[in-house]
Ligand binder design. Structure first.
Ligand SMILES: O=C(O)C1=C[C@@H](OP(=O)(O)O)[C@@H](O)[C@H](O)C1
Ligand SMILES: C=C(OP(=O)(O)O)C(=O)O
Length: 428
C-alpha cells in the first residue's frame, strides 16, 4: 500500500523525459527478431510488458542483449524462429499475446501461450477468428488464454475488421506477411499505425489508403535490421500533462514525446477543453515527436465520441479525471473497449472516482462526469484494480485533494512505467 503525494502548495515544476513508447518498443523487438542482421533500439521501454516480449523472443531462439538504455536484437529472419522448450509466458501484456499469435500462426512449429489472471480474462477470439480464415490452427480456452498455435501455411485474406483494434490489425499483418499472396485489411476506424510504419522501415511493403482505413500487405518481405530511437510514450506523458493542467501554478516540460496522429487524440481533446499545451522542437525520426510545455489551465467540459476513441483509448482513465475537474458535464461514449483491458476500466474508474466524491455515472460504453473543483472524498483508500493506468490516474487524483489518500496495487505501474512515482515526485 502506498501513501499518495498530497496537493503541492507551489505547483508542479520541472522537466521529465518520459520512458519509451510501449507499442513501439514491443514492435521493435518483434520486427528486429524476424529481420536479418542487427537491430539497435535506443530509449527502449524497460517495463514488465515489454520485457515479456523480450523473454518470449529469447525463448523463440533470438539472441537479445539488454544494456541500460538500449536493446540489441540479433535477428534470425522470418524462417529462423525456433520452437520454444516450454510455453511462452505473456504476463500481463495484451500486445505481446495478440501480435505473437499472428506471427506464430505461420511458423512450422507449435507454441503454447499463457498469461496472468488479468490477461487470461481478455478476449482472444478477435485474433484467432481472422487468423483461422487464413488457415491458421489456433486453439483457445473458450476464447481465452491458454492458447495453442499449431503453425500452418497461411493464405492471403481480404478482411473487414469488426473491432477497432491495432492489436488485431497487427496480428493479421504479421500473419499476412507470411501468406501466399497479397492481403487487404479494412479498419472500422483508423487505429495506431506503428506496425505498418515500422514494417516499412525494416524493408516491408505495406500500403495505407489516404483515409487510413485500408491496409495492403505484400507478403514475404525481406526485412533487415535497423537502428531506431523510441520516442517518449504519449500514454505515459498523459499523466503529467493532466497533473500540470490541474495542479494550480504548474509549468512542466516533457521531452521528446511521440505525437503520431493515430495516438495523439488526447492533445486535441484537451486543447478544445482550453488546455495550454505548447509543442516545441517538433521533429521526425521514423515517428514524429516534440517537447511539450504544459501550464495550469481553466478547463471546460467536452464530449468524446466513438470516432475519437482509438486515438486516445489508453488515456481515457486520466482524461476522465481531467473531466472531473472541468467546468460542466462531460460525456465519453463509444468506449466499450475499456471493459476488456487489464481490468474493466469503466467499472474501476466509476468505483474509485465515487470514493473521491466525483459525480460520475456509468454508461455501458463510457461515463457522464460532472466537473467540480471541490471533491468531498467519502473514502480515502483507493485501489488500482491491478491496472497500471488506473493506478497512475489515482496517483494524479491524490495531488488534487487535501485529504491524505492511500493506494493499493501501486506496483502495477511497472507494467508500463516503472519509475512513475519517482518522476512524479521530481516535479514537487
Ligand atoms: O497495438 C498496441 O500496441 C496497442 C493497442 C491498443 O489495444 P487494442 O488493439 O486492443 O485497442 C492499446 O489499448 C494497447 O495498450 C496497445
Ligand atoms: C491495454 C494496454 O496494454 P495491453 O493491451 O498491451 O495489455 C495498456 O497499456 O493500457
Amino acid at each position: 500500500m502506498k501513501k499518495l503525494m498530497p496537493a503541492p502548495q507551489t505547483g508542479l515544476h520541472g522537466t521529465v523525459t518520459v520512458p519509451g513508447d510501449k507499442s513501439i518498443s514491443h514492435r521493435a523487438v518483434m520486427l528486429g527478431s524476424i529481420s536479418t542482421g542487427t537491430t539497435v533500439i535506443n530509449h527502449f521501454l524497460f517495463s514488465e510488458d515489454c520485457l515479456s516480449t523480450v523473454k518470449a523472443f529469447q525463448n523463440l531462439g533470438v539472441e537479445i542483449d539488454l544494456t541500460e538504455d538500449q536493446v540489441v536484437v540479433h535477428g534470425v529472419g522470418f524462417k529462423g524462429l525456433k520452437k520454444p522448450q516450454n510455453y511462452l509466458q505473456m504476463g500481463n501484456s495484451g500486445t505481446t499475446t495478440r501480435l505473437i499469435m499472428g506471427l506464430l500462426s505461420g511458423q512450422d512449429f507449435t507454441t503454447q501461450l499463457i498469461g496472468d489472471d488479468s490477461l487470461s480474462r481478455r478476449p482472444m477470439k478477435r485474433v484467432s477468428e481472422p487468423l483461422s480464415l487464413m488457415g491458421a490452427n489456433i486453439q483457445t480456452t473458450s476464447g481465452h488464454l491458454p492458447v495453442s498455435i499449431m503453425g500452418q501455411d497461411l493464405h492471403a485474406i481480404k478482411y473487414q475488421m469488426t473491432v477497432a483494434s491495432a492489436q488485431v490489425k497487427s496480428a493479421i499483418i504479421l500473419a499476412a506477411s507470411q501468406a501466399d499472396g497479397p492481403s487487404e485489411i479494412k479498419e472500422l476506424l483508423p487505429t495506431r499505425n506503428h506496425t505498418e510504419t515500422m514494417l516499412n522501415a525494416f524493408g516491408g511493403q505495406i500500403k495505407t489508403s489516404d483515409d487510413q482505413l485500408t491496409i495492403q500487405v505484400t507478403p514475404k518481405p525481406k526485412l533487415s535490421g535497423i537502428t531506431l530511437t523510441v520516442p517518449g510514450d504519449i500514454s505515459s506523458a498523459a499523466f503529467f500533462i493532466a497533473a500540470a493542467l490541474l495542479v494550480p501554478n504548474s509549468e512542466v516540460r516533457l521531452q521528446k514525446v511521440g505525437i503520431n496522429d493515430t495516438r495523439s487524440g488526447i492533445l486535441k481533446v484537451l486543447q478544445r477543453m482550453g488546455a495550454q499545451i505548447a509543442l516545441d522542437h517538433q521533429n521526425y525520426e521514423g515517428e514524429p515527436f516534440a517537447d511539450m510545455v504544459i501550464k495550469t489551465s481553466e478547463l471546460s467540459a467536452t464530449d468524446i465520441q466513438r470516432d475519437e476513441i482509438p486515438s486516445l483509448v489508453d488515456e481515457l482513465p486520466i482524461i476522465a479525471l481531467v473531466c472531473a475537474r472541468a467546468k460542466g458535464i462531460s460525456t465519453i461514449s463509444g468506449a466499450q473497449e475499456l471493459r476488456v483491458k487489464e481490468t474493466d476500466r469503466i467499472a474501476a474508474i466509476v468505483q474509485e472516482f465515487q470514493k473521491l466524491g466525483i459525480q460520475i455515472v456509468e454508461r455501458p460504453d463510457g461515463f457522464t462526469i460532472t466537473g467540480s473543483n471541490n471533491w468531498q472524498p467519502v473514502e480515502t483508500h483507493l485501489d488500482s484494480h491491478g491496472d497500471h493506468r488506473i493506478g497512475m490516474t489515482l496517483a494524479v487524483a491524490g495531488l488534487l485533494t487535501n485529504q491524505s489518500l492511500t493506494l493499493s496495487g501501486e506496483e502495477s505501474v511497472s507494467i508500463s512505467y516503472p519509475n512513475f512515482f519517482d518522476d512524479l515526485a521530481s516535479l514537487l
